[in-house]
Design a protein around this ligand. Structure first.
Ligand code: PBG
Length: 328
């Protein structure tokens, strides 16, 4: 490689057109997945205080948001349900007429081309807010597997294209794959939250999904932020159990994990730009300390550069509204 002064990297940074020509990573609406929160009722649109621009909506209102996302070129939505009532085992999570199941049916009827991904977990549906059933003061892994499989199956019956288990129980991907295949849903894909960390950045989401644990925390099932080799073992297990797509979550604090998961598997890898990452930028922007759009763009671009094939982000619609389908 030639050295300075023969080689001058600044030559290609001179104008926007030149920079554009040598940019290695580009971002478009087609790279993004929009999370949506569905609640019972009709005509409901409740803003989530800690997440500007994010709402809890009933199915009819959710259809409007999804239609706008679809028109803007966003290929998929990720659904979270907040049920009318919660219990010890999260039974609303697998109810055939549950909120998510109804939302999926409505979406597939009205917007058949939009890819519908459903979050599979117990925490939104349990009275205690944990991601599995409680036994002996902790979350019982094996007893939770059957409930997760039932929930995933009910989403598949409603028409979900992809089910996304986010609970971090061991063996859930295999349990869900088997349940889907046994009932004839071999074409429904599994997006596994394979490396999901016990993160402080989920704070605002727990308001949106009303899913904060009533006691303790999630450290006995979500991953320790200091670990990356363990993430690769988690990922390997999920691949062996039949995951089609892998997820790393949160995104920005775990770009090293993202890169290693991508390089070591060659699988599609999605990253979840989580609620706290989103809200932190917007809160700083409200104070005039950051430019929200620029900070979001840089974050999303960095996540993609680190190896994400798709990014789940609450900024998806806003990105597309501001920059169109093929911003680069
Ligand atoms: C449910 C779940 C959580 C998120 C996605 N699925 C919360 C948690 O694990 O506490 C977080 C998403 C976000 O913060 O945007 N298990």
């Amino acid at each position: 490689m030639p050295r300075f002064p023969e080689y001058r990297p600044r030559r290609l940074r001179r104008t926007a057109a030149l920079r554009r020509m040598v940019r290695e990573t580009r971002l478009s609406a087609a790279d993004l997945i929009l999370p949506l929160f569905v609640v019972p009722g009709e005509g409901v649109r409740r803003p989530v205080g800690a997440m500007p621009g994010v709402y809890q909506t009933s199915v009819d209102e959710l259809l409007r948001d999804a239609a706008e996302a679809h028109e803007l070129g966003i290929p998929a939505v990720l659904l979270f349900g907040i049920p009318a009532s919660k219990d010890e085992v999260g039974s609303e999570g697998y109810a055939e007429d549950g909120v998510v199941q109804r939302a999926v049916r409505a979406l597939k009827r009205e917007l058949p081309e939009l890819v519908v991904v459903t979050d599979v977990c117990l925490c939104e549906y349990t009275s205690h807010g944990h991601c599995g059933v409680i036994a002996g003061g902790g979350v019982d892994n094996d007893a939770t597997l059957e409930l997760l499989a039932r929930q995933a199956l009910s989403h598949a019956r409603a028409g979900a294209d992809i089910v996304a288990p986010s609970d971090m129980m061991d063996g859930r991907v295999a349990a869900i794959r088997r349940a889907l295949d046994d009932e004839g849903f071999s074409e429904v894909a599994i997006l596994s939250y394979a490396a999901k960390y016990a993160s402080a950045f989920y704070g605002p989401f727990r308001e949106a999904a009303e899913s904060a644990p009533k006691f303790g925390d999630r450290r006995a099932y979500q991953m320790d932020p200091g670990n990356v080799e363990e993430a690769l073992r988690e990922v390997r297990l999920d691949v062996e159990e039949g995951a089609d797509i892998l997820m790393v979550k949160p995104a920005l604090p775990y770009l090293d994990v993202l890169r290693r998961v991508k390089d070591s598997t060659g699988y599609p890898v999605f990253a979840y730009h989580v609620s706290g990452e989103y809200s932190a930028i917007l809160a700083a922007a409200e104070r005039g300390w950051l430019d929200a759009d620029a900070a979001m763009l840089e974050s999303l671009l960095a996540i993609k550069r680190a190896g994400a094939d798709m990014i789940i982000t609450y900024w998806a619609r806003e990105f597309a509204r501001r920059h169109g389908r093929s911003f680069d």
